[in-house]
Structure formats: structure tokens, C-alpha cells
Design a protein around this ligand. Structure first.
Ligand code: GDP
Length: 320
């Protein structure tokens, strides 16, 4: 099969080709999906060479300012930076594009940056798949740093951790203890913590750094190949950005660690796809009336969920 027509301009780094390719990948039209898979197959040999960095933190922690400051500094250092967002909750609108221009005014107009608003709402699994494919496109187009931002809450952090090499958690110097408790699950996923807006209250930032550092130490399993740490950053002044990037560099210095994580992610993705496909195939052969009957019985309490599933999977027996 010949190369997809978008492949050559995309590999040459043309932004319009990249933007059109992302639109293709995000489409749910069956013919577009086939075309997208063709294009992705062409590009796969050229993908995989970026640093994939996930960013998470509560609204107001300053994610936009951090991406603007870090991204602008990185493009100044000669990097090409792509910014993607995972937000299963937001409906797609022209507004989100405008949003990025105001959220990241300098980065959004820089020739070495590519900012893509999140794909439309819908199942988190679908958003994650499209983001994964968009990462492939950005890598093939020569973006060496891909920042994946979560805008959503809850499960989206786990998804972003599964899509990236390194997950960065942004926190505030004086976030309350109750908030820290809530964030425990997320802190466990973090490979690097940023104490953001450190300029606001330097004393609190120092305190937060030592507290967070010992918490991260306790959370890290013995013998782990990476020890997550906390670094203070002010996106307002730019202080700490370089120190932050040095830690990122030292994480990526161990290429085997990154490869192992990607292998585990690919294996996990396969299991997820397999489960979804297996369910689809199984559901296609189900007697929907019987299933509705079982659901009603479970709801009414006349059958336990375990009994109902057992009945569904049982081969039909005589005399029943
Ligand atoms: P997001 O909702 O997490 O994307 O947060 P924004 O990036 O929009 O920032 C929220 C607010 O924090 C804005 O009013 C910013 O001006 C402010 N802010 C962001 N970064 C810094 C910083 O480094 N220092 C200070 N003092 N304020 C900041």
C-alpha cells in the first residue's frame, strides 16, 4: 500500500498536515478511522522519540501558566513542544481554541509549538486512545517534547499516567492537609512534584518542599529505579524552571526505564482493547430480552449479581 498523502508533509513538520491528521484521528466516522489507521501505520516507524510528560493538578494551581512558562523556555532552548489536553468532560467548541490563545498567549503563536485542545467529550477510553494516537502524530512531526495536560478530574490522571513517560503533579505551597489527603492517590502516581507559585510565600514553599519530599520518600517502594522529588517553581518569575527541567532530563537519562514503562503501557493497552473487543463480540450474541429480564431481577433483589452472571454464562440446560 502506498503512503497516506498526509504522511510526507507531516514527516516534514508541516503544521497544517499535522492538524489535519489530528482531526482525522479524532473523527469517529468509520472511513476516517480506517484512513487514520493507514496513516498511523505509515508514521509509526518515525514515532516514539519524544519525552512524553503528563501534567496534573487542581484547577487554579496554575497549569496554564506553568505550560506557558516552561514551553516558552523550552522553545527558546531549541526544543519543539506539543501540548495536548485530556478532558473527558468538556464538549468540543470553538471556544476551547480561543481559550488556549488566552491561556498560553506566547506559546500558542510560537512556530516551534503546537497546541491542540482536547478531543470532544465521551468515554475516557476513547479520549485516551485519540490522545495516544495524537502523540504518535506529534512525534512523527518532529516534536521532541509532548506535554499532556489533564483538565478533568478523577480518573483522567490515571489515564495520563498510562500515556506518558513521566507524570508531574503541580501543588500549591499552602494547600491544606485535607486537600493533601484527597490527593494521596494522585501523589502515588507522581514521578515529580512541582510546588507552584513558590514566589507567593517562600517560607510556606520551603515547608511544603520538605513535607512533600518525605511523603514521596515514604511512598516510593524500596529498590525503585526512580525517586520522585519536589521542586519549587514560579511561572511568574521563571525561577525553578531550569531546575525542574534538569530533573526531567535525569529521569530520561535512563532510557531503559522509559522503555520498560512504555512496554508495560502497551501491554496494558492491549489488555484493555482485548477486553473491550471481547465484550463487544460477546454482547452481540446475547439474548437482549433475557439480559433485560436478568437486570430487572437484580434490581428487584430476587437474584444476586453473581447468580445473574452465572446464569448468563451457563450453557442452556434441559428442563429449564
Ligand atoms: P489553571 O487553572 O491551573 O490553568 O491556572 P492558571 O494558569 O490559569 O493560573 C491561575 C492563577 O494563578 C492566575 O491568576 C495566575 O496569574 C496565577 N499564577 C500562575 N502562576 C503563578 C506563579 O508562578 N506565581 C503567582 N504568584 N501566581 C501565579
Amino acid at each position: 500500500m502506498s503512503m497516506h498523502p498526509l504522511a510526507v508533509p507531516l514527516l516534514a513538520g508541516h503544521r497544517r498536515a499535522l492538524a489535519r491528521a489530528v482531526t482525522l484521528v479524532e473523527s469517529s466516522r468509520p472511513d476516517h478511522e480506517r484512513e487514520a489507521q493507514h496513516l498511523l501505520a505509515d508514521l509509526l516507524p518515525y514515532a516514539g522519540r519524544s519525552r512524553r510528560i503528563g501534567l496534573t493538578g487542581v484547577p487554579g494551581v496554575g497549569k496554564s501558566s506553568f505550560i506557558e512558562a516552561l514551553g516558552t523556555w523550552l522553545v527558546g532552548e531549541g526544543h519543539r513542544v506539543a501540548v495536548l489536553a485530556v478532558d473527558p468532560s468538556s464538549p468540543r467548541s470553538g471556544g476551547s481554541l480561543m481559550g488556549d490563545q488566552t491561556r498560553m498567549p506566547r506559546l500558542s503563536v510560537h512556530p516551534s509549538a503546537y497546541i491542540r485542545p482536547s478531543p470532544s467529550g465521551g468515554a475516557l477510553g476513547g479520549v485516551a486512545r485519540r490522545t495516544r494516537e495524537t502523540i504518535t502524530l506529534c512525534e512523527a512531526a518532529g516534536y521532541g517534547v509532548v506535554l499532556v495536560e489533564t483538565v478533568g478530574v478523577g480518573q483522567s490522571e490515571t489515564q495520563v499516567a498510562a500515556l506518558t513517560d513521566l507524570l508531574v503533579l503541580l501543588t500549591l505551597p499552602n494547600a491544606g492537609d485535607e486537600l493533601q489527603g484527597l490527593k494521596r492517590g494522585i501523589t502515588e502516581l507522581a514521578d515529580l512534584c512541582v510546588i507552584h507559585k513558590a514566589d507567593l510565600d517562600p517560607a510556606a514553599a520551603n515547608r511544603a518542599q520538605s513535607e512533600l519530599s518525605s511523603a514521596l520518600h515514604l511512598l516510593t517502594p524500596r529498590g525503585a529505579s526512580w525517586q520522585p522529588s519536589a521542586v519549587q517553581v514560579s511561572s511568574l518569575s521563571g525561577a525553578g524552571l531550569e531546575a525542574f527541567w534538569e530533573r526531567v532530563q535525569s529521569y530520561f537519562a535512563d532510557q531503559e526505564r522509559v522503555r520498560a514503562r512504555r512496554r508495560a503501557q502497551t501491554a496494558q493497552w492491549f489488555e484493555e482493547l482485548l477486553q473491550a473487543a471481547a465484550w463487544k463480540a460477546f454482547a452481540a450474541g446475547l439474548d437482549t430480552a433475557a439480559l433485560a429480564g436478568l437486570r430487572a431481577e437484580v434490581r428487584a433483589g430476587t437474584l444476586t449479581p453473581v447468580q445473574a452472571v452465572t446464569r448468563l454464562l451457563e450453557p442452556p440446560t434441559e428442563g429449564r
